[in-house]
Design a protein around this ligand. Structure first.
Ligand code: CDT
Length: 311
């Protein structure tokens, strides 16, 4: 028997600075319904799917954006999404800014089962950008001011008939993300992103954003024998254009569904989780071929080592 799951990548267009949670939740519910009509059992929303991408703005007081954070999940504003998911029998994955009761701020993803119950939560590990105002940039990328790095790291969940992992945006550029999930046996990696097309520190990368987006997710899928679902919030949001091109990638590294335009839409694919075995049991049979005794540097150092230092 094959383990097939129909997954929808629910891409979002821009969310305005003053758009209310309930307006956004209505958009999410519309996409959930569209996914359900297509036969999806899991609908994946992007990173920070309830608000505009507020780290583009500096506030002197680091708590100045606190109205964009969720203090509970579900909340009164997001409960209708959970209720609709349960009514439709469709699970979802939702990105949001989390403010914990003890005052920690995280960039968070939550995975919700078809009965509306929370399966698991993931807090972003790789926080990009900067933490001080850099006025030379046309817009800021202050994630390092407004979010803490995850204290929890990566994990997987037995859900939707398979092994599901989550990652957020910048995480997708790091091979360690997929490999840690791969070592946990992941079969379906869900990744939401907000990727501005303009990269201020090196604008030569601007025209390559879509290429790099696919490059990292496809190689992560192939090298770990897993499905990858990459979902954008793209388009021109508050004057900043971000990448769309949401896509679903098979364990072969091939794109099986891709958004060709920006805006709120769903692309979907039936993901046969047993396809993962083709790669996990052959070329990427970790237990047979990996040589962890030669990989120690990966977990023992952060930056490039000084080769003059004795090791
Ligand atoms: N949201 C997010 O992580 N965006 C980053 C932008 C990097 S440039 C500061 C990304 O990797 O797409």
């Amino acid at each position: 028997m094959t383990r097939e799951i129909h997954v929808g990548a629910a891409q979002l267009g821009p969310i305005a600075r003053d758009e209310s949670r309930s307006q956004v939740v209505d958009r999410l519910i519309a996409l959930l319904r569209e996914g359900s009509e297509r036969g999806c059992r899991l609908v994946v929303f992007p990173e920070l799917a309830l608000t505009t991408f507020f780290p583009r703005w500096w506030t002197e007081d680091p708590t100045g954006h606190d109205h964009y954070y969720e203090r509970e999940m579900p909340s009164a504003a997001t409960q209708p999404l959970f209720d609709e998911a349960r009514r439709l029998g469709v699970g979802f994955c939702l990105g949001y800014a989390e403010l914990t009761p003890d005052g920690h701020r995280y960039n968070t993803y939550v995975l919700v089962d078809v009965d509306g119950s929370i399966v698991g939560r993931y807090r972003k590990v790789h926080i990009p950008g900067h933490d001080e105002h850099e006025p030379w940039r046309p817009f800021q990328h202050l994630e390092r001011r407004y979010f803490e790095e995850s204290p929890d790291g990566f994990g997987v969940h037995d859900a939707f008939g398979g092994v599901v992992g989550m990652a957020l945006c910048n995480d997708r550029r790091w091979p360690e993300t997929y490999r840690v999930l791969g070592l946990l046996g992941v079969e379906l990696v869900l990744i939401g992103y907000n990727t501005p097309l303009h990269y201020a520190p090196d604008p030569d990368q601007n025209p390559l954003q879509s290429f790099h987006n696919n490059l990292v997710m496809a190689s992560g899928a192939y090298q770990n024998g897993t499905w990858v679902v990459g979902v954008a919030k793209g388009g021109v949001e508050e004057g900043v254009e971000s990448l769309s091109h949401s896509q679903i990638i098979a364990p072969s590294g091939q794109v099986v569904a891709q958004a060709t335009v920006s805006g709120d839409l769903i692309v979907s694919a039936v993901c046969d989780l047993d396809l993962c075995r083709h790669y996990k049991d052959t070329l990427f049979d970790f237990a047979r071929y990996r040589r962890p005794e030669h990989y120690g540097l990966i977990s023992s150092t952060r930056g490039v080592v000084d080769r003059a230092e004795p090791r």
